[in-house]
Design a protein around this ligand. Structure first.
Ligand SMILES: Cc1ncc(C[n+]2csc(CCOP(=O)(O)OP(=O)(O)O)c2C)c(N)n1
Ligand SMILES: [Mg+2]
Length: 340
């Protein structure tokens, strides 16, 4: 068989097993997210920021990176990304329930503020885009130490107007650092639509900093995989950073504290829901003879069990102790935090 006849994922170097796993992570994230929204409505958790509509690009990016080697600086909608690089459903649930055992912050940060030392997820902060210069710092370390890992960071399109983004890009461009900037352009920054945020094109901003920028359909898993993989290869060859703008749509409101129908219509949301990358990827698997409706039902059942078990576990787990409130704020001699 010639390479042109191979299914697209095979041409990109992904096995059949890889694409089935990618689909599994997308669905896991979606089901975690839907459960979290329900838990918030039921008053069991305080707050949730949803990543629904963004899972496809997140999983695709994760599969193009190297686990255990690269460093990840994700943003608050990246549940699918963190699951795909190794965080567990239970750990995510512990974080939304703000329990002591949560590896992200021991229940101290808002959910979605990821951190996991073992799987190279670098802790983030609430001011948007602070992770961008942090990622550049990791990339500088890779260059100074002559190591071949890359730093990968994500942020929203609204956040790409912050100074941190521009300073990070400029420094990374000047020093040709191994960093990948992926903008998850979900069309809104809370209530502000894209056309009121940016007059130009986000991916083209890279040109001003001396490195390539690519705009890609964020609902097309294999295209996102391709551009992130190429960006990684460029980075390890010493050719510097890449900016990727993955175009998608924030299907959920900004957060559980937002009423999105005050600034957009149901019709607009439905129109974009129809472009959701998850059913599209499922169809790709079916078309290539890798998946069936029956397998899909079985997978959904298995994920439901996993979500139920994680929810029960996290709900019953103890909260952090009040007397530990100031722990990890100031260094303590010989301290190794329990959640590390
Ligand atoms: C520096 C800073 N300014 C404002 C906020 C409040 N805020 C939180 S999320 C958000 C919108 C960000 O939009 P975007 O970057 O497009 O990401 P999205 O939420 O759409 O994924 C804002 C303004 C913040 N957290 N940090
Ligand atoms: Mg946005």
């Amino acid at each position: 068989m010639s390479i042109g006849q191979l299914a697209k994922h095979r041409r990109l170097g992904l096995s059949d097993q890889d694409v089935i796993e990618m689909y599994t992570y997308m669905l896991k994230a979606r089901k975690f997210d839907e459960r979290s929204l329900l838990l918030q409505r039921a008053g069991k958790i305080a707050f949730h920021v949803s990543g629904i509509g963004q899972e496809t690009a997140q999983v695709a990016a994760a599969f193009a990176l190297q686990k255990g080697k690269d460093y990840f600086l994700p943003y608050y909608r990246d549940y699918a990304f963190v699951l795909a690089v190794g965080m567990t459903m239970k750990e995510l649930m512990l974080s939304v329930f703000a329990k002591a055992e949560d590896p992200n912050s021991g229940g101290r940060q808002m959910p979605g503020h990821f951190s996991h030392k073992k799987i190279h997820i670098v802790t983030g902060s609430s001011p948007v885009t602070t992770q961008v210069p942090h990622a550049v710092g990791f990339a500088l370390a890779a260059k100074m130490q002559r190591q071949d890992f890359v730093a990968f960071t994500t942020f929203g399109e609204g956040s790409s107007n912050q100074g941190d983004f521009h300073e990070g890009c400029n420094f990374a461009g000047v020093h040709k650092l191994p960093v990948i900037f992926m903008c998850e352009n979900n069309q809104y920054a809370i209530s502000i639509p894209l056309h009121k945020q940016v007059a130009g094109n986000i991916s083209e901003r890279a040109l001003g900093y001396g490195f390539p920028g690519y705009k890609v359909d964020g609902n097309d898993a294999l295209e996102v995989y391709r551009v992130v993989k190429e960006a990684r290869e460029r980075a390890v060859r010493g050719e510097g950073p890449t900016l990727i703008e993955a175009v998608m749509y924030r299907i959920s409101p900004h957060s559980t504290a937002d009423n999105d129908l005050l600034y957009r219509t149901k019709e607009e949301v439905e129109e974009n829901r129809a472009k959701d990358g998850i059913p599209r990827f499922k169809q790709y698997l079916i078309d290539n003879g890798l998946w069936s409706e029956q397998q899909d039902e079985e997978l959904l059942e298995a994920i439901k069990r996993e979500v139920n078990e994680a929810t029960d576990y996290a709900e019953k787990a103890p909260y952090p102790k009040p007397e530990d409130t100031l722990r990890h704020v100031y260094a303590e001699d010989g301290e190794v935090p329990a959640w590390q």
